[in-house]
Design a protein around this ligand. Sequence first.
Ligand code: PEP
Ligand code: MN
Length: 359
Amino acid sequence: MPEIPDIRGRRPYIIAGPCSAESEQQLLDAYTGLAAAGRVDMVRAGVWKPRTNPGSFEGAGAQALEWLRRGRELTGIPFGVEVANAAHVRAALGAGADMVWIGARTSVSPFSVQEIAEALAGADVPVLVKNPMIADVDMWDGTVRRLVAAGVPQDNLVLVHRGFSRGGSGEGFRNPPVWHIALEMKRRYPDMAMLCDPSHICGRRETLAEVSQKAADLYYDGLMIESHCDPDAALSDARQQITPSALSALLDSLVWREAGTENSGFAEKLEKCRSEIDRIDSEIFALLARRMGIAEEIGHIKKDNNVTILQDRRWQEITERIVARAGELNLSPAFIREVLDAIHLESINHQNRVMNNRE
Ligand code: PEP
Ligand code: MN
């Protein structure tokens, strides 16, 4: 048995392999292709695939564990598989899997997580915890806590950000990333490795590099990425898989910068910018407070004249006027709308307070 993979110890740690285990030949081709690419620390393959649509290919099942063992023997690269129930855990551990991961569809289900956690207790393998389908940090955290409570050592846990389902298309992503939720998990578990799965975030090849670079810039520890020797013929997730040589090129294009440096002047330059940002933030909030003061004044005027708070047309005009300046301000229209919506809501609350209190 190879020793426990140290995912935190090597940045970037790269896990790659096909979405699903389809056949022995497909897996061995992937294994040898990835070994030749020379950049992969661990091979992944979905032996049992929880598919959204019944009737979709669900992986070759337990027989594929033997194929993965063969691939490991041939190349020396460890492998990991997805587990969605206790029987999967027993089969995977019994076959000597070097890692298991809990997928996004399982991470939302406390009973499933509980049985997986109990089956894993005592096993010394990394357990990757993908974020749940829905953007709820406490649910992701709950999966982690359930595993730890069942006796899975916290040191063996690794977080994987694979984006969140939005029940439709979101900014061109299959599962839009919510970086601040992942960063919040990093804040709660500073010693846990965090990987990014750009494949399930993007859902298509074209944007994998961009999302991977963003993860590198947010100081993720590595990537879990889907690779297939003949992506277009893949039985699942064909559009997001890339060949081992495309993977190699993608990895070559990424820059994994360090969190800090001893370079002279770096700290001072950064400090100068940061204090400027602190000053601007405090001005922004002072201005917002003044703006809310005026909203309250409007509340009094409306109250005295018996007029409703919400005046749609006026708000639409404000939004359009500022969004029209998006280019000049170098801010995205979506960001401007989000900020204005938050300001509007707070204004309404202030006016509401004035109108409903007998002031
Ligand atoms: C997978 O990694 O193949 C997978 C099913 O991922 P997720 O659980 O993130 O959808
Ligand atoms: Mn997949």
